[in-house]
Design a protein around this ligand. Sequence first.
Ligand code: BG6
Length: 505
Amino acid sequence: MTANPLRDPRDRRLPRVPEPCALVVFGITGDLARKKLLPAVYDLANRGLLPTNFALLGFARRDWGDTEFAELARDSARQHARTPWREEVWERLAGSVHFVQGSFDDDNAFDELAGALSELEGSHGIGGNAAFYLSIPPAMFPTVLKQMQRTGMAENTPGRWRRVVVEKPFGTDLASSRELNELVDSVFSAEDVFRIDHYLGKETVQNLMALRFANELFEPVWNGHHVDSVQITMAEDVGIGGRAGFYEETGAARDVLQNHLLQLLALTAMEEPVEFSAEEIRTEKLKVLRAISLPEDLGAYAVRGQYQPGWLAGQRAPGYRQEDGVDPGSTTETYAAVRLGVETRRWAGVPFYLRTGKRLPRRVTEIALVFKRAPHLPFADTDTQELGNNQLVVRVQPDEGVTLKFGSKVPGSVMEVRDVSMDFLYGEQFTESSPEAYERLLLDVLLGDATLFPRNAEVEASWAVIDPLEEFWRDTEPQPYRAGEWGPRAADEMLAAEGRRWRRP
Ligand code: BG6
């Protein structure tokens, strides 16, 4: 039988390039645009993944023209791009960069933006397709969305697509996220809304699905028969940077537990999707998020903390309350840990311990499956004193890879068994470096592939987990921990009470 050339695996590996289109960014002068979005656009151009007919439009209040915006885009790309700098790539991109000046409540500015998009259809052949990236404070969403509706910019007419990209936070609780979802859905149809959770764009997070569903080795033990507990850690050594205003209102649970950590939990605990498609993956994740249970005794199994002055990497680090812009009496948490359950046949009885914090000893994100002890050991007790639980650790960042920890005989004339590790490191096995999360996600938006974007029901199910926690924590003081320590003592006690302890990555 001759192979169908269209089905040749090499064909399927050809990079996917979006149709002609424009990317419109609101909030172009903000941190996210400068550090992540503009560099990602350059990286995509550098990799030949942008269509030839492409335009980048910035919208902001600043009194700028195309030249100033192009300068900002160039500086951002030079400073933060992942791929090497190539002047000719920039030159080509620079011809497609445009700026529209105005504030969000300025009807004329939005008319001008709509006009600019129509004009680009002719001059740049973008075919009327456009993605609008809302890199702006959520309080501004209603105004901007209404402007898009008023000017007809959000309309999908035959032969053209219009999409919107919404950055987290998706609301501040279940009620406000519902309101936000309703608002967005009233302007764009559900399949044209892309909610960014940039953790889903990380290679290692996507690899979790490859690890589980492309292999025979792991899945048979990936359940409560063999797994004792799961630890999901997102630790940061940095403080809050210049984001006091945002962070004071948000805190660790709303900032990252509600989204990044619960998404990691969902991917770890979900069943195999019927196929690798947006619809099926989101369906499986949603089932997990809906099956999450909180401990009855939140006092014992949910801990919030706040960093005090301390030492990190040999430097003095201020306490949270001493950071610029933070209320000296602030009770916002910079650390959160909680024990969750997943009430499904696969996971009943297995605790999922989630923790995140700022100014912890190092930056590390990982998912660790801690296995039960072997039911029987035919060795003398003294021979296995150094043997811990087997562990499978997905290292999301840094040192991206997977570690398997298991017992092995110590060389010598006696039978002594001790833990060893077997490591897979991306950097060693693959020559190509991983794309940045925003590179991958921006490309997916332009391609219309929603696989790595949470659906609104997932966002709401996640808030349903966080709301009772926030409610319980309201009016309580966070537990202190020193900058440079692994969180408050209460978090260690939470695991110790059940005969477990946190990994020290
Ligand atoms: C963001 C949070 O979503 O993720 C930040 O708002 C956090 O507080 C950041 O620092 C961490 O992202 P990354 O990719 O550096 O782990």
